[in-house]
Structure formats: structure tokens, C-alpha cells
Design a binder for this molecule. Structure first.
Ligand SMILES: Cc1ncc(COP(=O)(O)O)c(C=O)c1O
Length: 397
């Protein structure tokens, strides 16, 4: 059978593939330490589960409005107003099947063939594929320690072309945890006022920040760009609801209407029961997320401190999200009994196969010199993983 040409432009999500391998190994009874997943380790809070059970019992089992049930849209509007001082109407909001789906719909709604989308690197693995699937061209803009570990507005200005359609911002960033500072956002806004540009701001980790570090938002700093700013968020990470598949977009009404039309012809609506659960999540008090952040903060410090004591590894303390992003450059070129480590992918494969430690190589995030380690597991698992990593690295020659 001949597949559509767009399939040739698509790579299956490498993080989901690796996490599936890790879960399969654990299911076989292998004592695996899993630092690969992109989700909180704990279960969805009980009051959110109960809301889903109540929704089932109340018969909320039918199609819903395409863009989401009105109560959930209102809870999203209230959340934006409370957390970011942003004001939206229901027509500015689309609820979809996860933030990833919102990003997919945005790309489908905005991009014509050849339209360029600037993606600062390191980037979340799915951005380039989502852009390519829509016929767009991802333009990768490297961020290095030399530009302070954040997006350099001068580099961004140099990357703009007549074909540039959009810029994707992700703060805090998966995989680095970096938060884009306000002065950088101001400079980006300055550029966006002179160049027609849609700014897609993926804020999925914005509630998961440490040390009370402010997480400024372009939408708040540059309200005059509201017609060019699309915010993506969701409940997956903040409320341990990755499996429920509820995300949302807020922004220009014409873009939201276009995304809604695509949703109407694809998924019809996000699952009715999950929407009621998301409603309970957004209406919850701050306790669950505050406890999650405290747990993650302890793990973050433990893991990053330990990583920096392993020869060949250096790791900055991430400001947000739940990933450590160690630089493993000095380990490239070393060997283990079965072969040589040329890239982070080789190291991750060795750690998984020979030490039963699942990590994600930096290659699909734009860097073959890094690993990504999720620090959501329980403290004892973090300690066990560090011990395995230390032994594995010590044995390299
Ligand atoms: C940066 C980023 N955006 C979006 C998503 C997707 O989130 P959701 O589960 O809501 O689709 C992820 C998930 O890993 C992510 O890391």
C-alpha cells in the first residue's frame, strides 16, 4: 500500500517510544528505574477522579460542544484571569484532547506549505514534527550557554524571513527547565510588532516552577499583541492527568474558530467525562500542585547535586518543569563492554540495556550531548537511579 507523502515527514514520538519500551521492560519483571517519562509519578487526585465518576453517573456521556463544555471554558477563563491577569471570552477558548492536540490544531490552522516556524533549541521533541505534518518548515534556532541559556533576540531577528509565520515559545522549557526572562520576552514582543508573526506560547509547565522564580508571560507583558499570541496549556502536568487528554488553547478568535472547525471534523470533541474531571482540577485549590512542586523541588536538588558529582557530567539546576538536562560531552568517545558511546542515544541505550536505567537521549530534543532525566519518581527511586548511573559511568573506559 502506498502511504501519503506526509508520512515520510513524520517520526513517531521518540520519548513515547522509549517510555513504552521502559514500561514493557518493567512489565516483564525487570527491576527498572524509569527516568524517561514526561509525567508526574503520583496518581490523579481523588476529588478529580470523583468528578469523573459523578459525570458518568449523571449521564454526561454524549457529544459535547466541539470547543468544550461551557463550564470548563469558564473555569479556563477564570484561571487565566486569576493566574495571569488575562481576560478572555468563551469564543477565545478551545478545549482539545491534550496540549499536544491543541498544538497540532494550531499548526493545521495556521500553516501553508513552506511557512517557516522558528523553534528555539533544545525544544520539545514534537514541535518539528507537528510543523512538518502541517506542511510547514521548522527553523531550529540554537540556544547556547554563550547566549545565557535563553533565546537571543538578535539571533531571532536574524532568523526572520518573509516566510516566517510563527515562533514557538516554551517556558519553562522541556527539556531544559529554563524560564524565558521578561527582558527577552520584551525584545521578542518588539520584533513581533515589526514582523507579522504568530507567537505560540506553550505554557504547560508554568505552574511547576521553583524558588518562587517569576515565570513571565508574553501575553501579559505585551497585551497589544493579543491578536498574534496563541496560548497553549492543559491539565496533564499540573494535576497528574496525562492520561485524561485535556488541553486548551486561548487566543485570537479567528484562529480558535479555525482550530475548532478542524476539531469538529476530526475528534468532534474531547471526551465528555474527562472534561468534567478537568473542570474539577481547575476549580481545585492550590494544595495539590503546591505539594507536587515541593516533592519535585526536593528531587530536583537531590538529582542535580548527585549528577554534578559524577565525573563527565555537568548539570545546571533547572528553574521549572521536572527534567534534569545534564551535559555528557566528556563521556562521548568512551567505551563499555559492548561498544563505543558516540552520542547521547548510545549512552541512553547502554544505560537501559545494561543498567536497567531509562533516560531519554538529547538527540531528538536537538542535542546529542545531553540526556533528559525526569525527576518525578519517589525519593528512593531517585536514589536508586543515581546509584545505577554512577556505577555505569564509573565502568566506562
Ligand atoms: C512542552 C510540552 N508541551 C506539550 C505537551 C503535551 O501535553 P499534553 O499531555 O497536554 O498533550 C508536553 C508533554 O510532554 C510537553 O512537554
Amino acid at each position: 500500500m502506498t502511504l501519503a507523502a506526509r508520512i515520510a515527514r513524520l517520526a513517531p514520538s521518540p520519548t513515547l517510544t522509549l517510555s513504552a519500551t521502559a514500561k514493557a521492560m518493567a512489565a516483564e519483571g525487570i527491576d527498572l528505574v524509569d527516568f524517561s517519562t514526561g509525567e508526574p509519578a503520583g496518581d490523579t487526585p481523588d476529588h478529580i477522579k470523583q468528578a469523573a465518576i459523578d459525570a458518568l453517573a449523571a449521564g454526561h456521556t454524549k457529544y459535547t460542544p466541539v470547543a468544550g463544555i461551557p463550564e470548563l471554558k469558564q473555569a479556563i477563563i477564570d484561571t487565566f484571569a486569576r493566574d495571569q491577569g488575562l481576560h478572555f471570552d468563551p469564543a477565545d477558548i478551545l478545549v482539545s484532547c491534550g496540549a499536544k492536540h491543541s498544538l497540532y490544531l494550531a499548526a493545521q490552522a495556521l500553516l501553508d506549505p513552506g511557512d517557516q516556524v522558528i523553534i528555539p533549541s533544545p525544544y520539545w521533541v514534537s514541535y518539528p514534527d507537528i510543523v512538518r505534518l502541517a506542511g510547514g518548515a521548522p527553523i531550529i534556532l540554537p540556544i547556547t550557554a554563550a547566549n545565557g541559556g535563553t533565546l537571543d533576540p538578535d539571533h531571532l531577528a536574524a532568523a526572520l524571513t518573509p516566510r516566517t509565520k510563527a515562533l514557538i515559545l516554551n517556558s519553562p522549557c522541556n527539556p531544559t527547565g529554563a524560564i524565558i526572562p521578561a527582558d527577552t520576552l520584551d525584545a521578542i514582543a518588539h520584533l513581533a510588532r515589526r514582523h507579522p508573526l504568530t507567537i505560540i506560547t506553550d505554557d504547560i509547565y508554568r505552574r511547576l516552577v521553583y524558588d518562587h522564580t517569576p515565570c513571565p508571560s508574553l501575553a501579559t507583558l505585551a497585551p497589544d499583541l493579543a491578536d498574534h499570541t496563541l496560548i497553549i496549556n492543559g491539565v496533564s502536568k499540573t494535576y497528574a492527568m496525562t492520561g485524561w487528554r485535556i488541553g486548551y488553547a486561548a487566543g485570537p478568535r479567528d484562529v480558535i474558530a479555525a482550530m475548532t472547525a478542524i476539531q469538529s471534523q476530526s475528534t468532534s470533541n474531547p471526551t465528555s467525562i474527562a472534561q468534567h474531571a478537568a473542570l474539577a482540577a481547575l476549580r481545585s485549590g492550590p494544595e495539590f500542585t503546591a505539594a507536587l512542586v515541593r516533592h519535585l523541588d526536593t528531587n530536583r536538588r537531590t538529582l542535580v547535586h548527585a549528577l554534578n558529582t559524577i565525573p563527565g557530567i555537568t548539570c545546571p539546576l533547572p528553574a521549572g518543569a521536572f527534567y534534569a538536562w545534564p551535559d555528557i560531552t566528556p563521556l562521548l568517545g568512551t567505551t563499555h563492554p559492548r561498544g563505543r558511546i558516540h552520542t547521547a542515544a548510545d549512552l541512553a541505550a547502554h544505560l537501559l540495556r545494561d543498567h536497567h536505567l531509562a533516560t531519554i537521549p538529547g538527540d531528538p530534543f536537538g542535542s546529542p550531548h545531553h540526556l533528559r532525566l525526569t525527576y518525578t519518581p519517589a525519593h528512593d527511586i531517585i536514589d536508586k537511579g543515581i546509584t545505577r548511573l554512577r556505577q555505569a559511568i564509573k565502568a566506562l573506559t
